[in-house]
Design a protein around this ligand. Structure first.
Ligand SMILES: NC(=O)c1ccc[n+]([C@@H]2O[C@H](COP(=O)([O-])OP(=O)(O)OC[C@H]3O[C@@H](n4cnc5c(N)ncnc54)[C@H](OP(=O)(O)O)[C@@H]3O)[C@@H](O)[C@H]2O)c1
Length: 263
């Protein structure tokens, strides 16, 4: 049976660059960026699809899987989501009452901090997430966010806007750790965001539910999205837990350090 224990990891480290090496090749501790421990949770079909080609919300998993997602969310200090998943699934990222109570008993806030990632920043402030005040919302985006969106969103969330073209995910995680004291992050996708995190070595654990369906179709995204490109390096996953409930398989992988590019 899979353990639902809270991660013991107090966080992980991101080496900023080769410049962060000391004179004898040892990492210079002062220049290592600390980041939270990142766990991603996804469900996919037997043929590896995480949704259909229309990207419309599709309900292909059991009640047990939905509870599993809630439990993973409840373990984290913050929950992370990409703009497209937020928009398409229109989720609040809250928790059932009993999981809120359990968090309070453990000395946590009743729900994890909610974190939205968007490069363009055209996020609709009428989405369900902004209608609920269960926990603070942070938005990491860029100055490409149009002024009228900034005005509307800053009434509902804290905006972190960078001058760069794209959100720097390592810096975002560092900010969560440093400024908000976030030690564990539950990433709920989608695949574009997950792939970006993976490419930068910023995922530590993957929970994957295999649901008993096949969708087919080259235009339906897999776990790493629709990109035809290889990942910059193959990502080695170590299976650390497996649980079968009904017709679904619940897998947990530890994401190992990156190896050479696949051929
Ligand atoms: N089966 C599952 O477990 C599961 C889980 C999650 C999602 N899904 C499905 O996945 C679909 C959405 O997939 P998706 O790949 O389009 O979703 P996504 O990763 O949630 O969203 C992509 C958007 O997020 C922002 N984003 C992603 N990576 C970023 C980065 N590195 N820096 C800055 N912004 C970044 C960008 O927003 P802007 O365009 O605003 O710049 C980008 O367009 C939905 O149909 C959803 O239902 C399935």
């Amino acid at each position: 049976m899979r353990s639902a224990k809270r991660n013991k990891a107090g966080g992980a480290s991101v080496s900023r660059s080769k410049l962060s090496r000391g004179i004898q090749g040892r990492p210079n501790r002062t220049r290592i960026l600390r980041r939270p421990f990142v766990t991603a949770t996804f469900a996919m079909t037997v043929d590896g699809k995480i949704t259909t080609r229309t990207f419309s919300p599709v309900d292909f998993t059991s009640r047990e899987d939905k509870l599993h997602l809630f439990r993973q969310r409840a373990l984290a200090d913050a929950v992370l989501i990409g703009h497209s998943t937020l928009k398409r699934d229109n989720v609040r990222l809250g928790l059932p009452a009993e999981l809120q109570k359990a968090r309070i008993k453990r000395g946590q806030n009743r729900c994890p901090l909610r974190v939205i990632i968007s490069n363009e920043g055209r996020i609709d402030n009428r989405l369900n997430i902004f209608q609920s005040d269960i926990s603070p919302i942070l938005i990491f985006s860029t100055r490409r966010m149009p002024r009228k969106y900034q005005e509307a969103l800053k009434k509902k969330a804290t905006l972190h806007l960078s001058d760069a073209e794209h959100v720097n995910l390592a810096a975002m995680l560092h900010t969560l750790r440093d400024r908000y004291k976030i030690r564990t992050v539950a990433c709920e996708g989608g695949p574009t965001l997950f792939r970006s995190l993976l490419e930068r070595g910023l995922v530590d654990r993957l929970n994957l539910t295999i649901a008993p369906y096949m969708f087919g179709g080259a235009k339906a995204p897999t776990l790493t999205g629709l990109s035809k490109e290889f990942l910059p390096a193959s990502v080695h996953c170590a299976l650390i837990d497996m649980r079968v409930v009904g017709e679904e398989c619940f897998l947990t992988y530890r994401i190992k350090r990156q190896r050479r590019r696949p051929s």
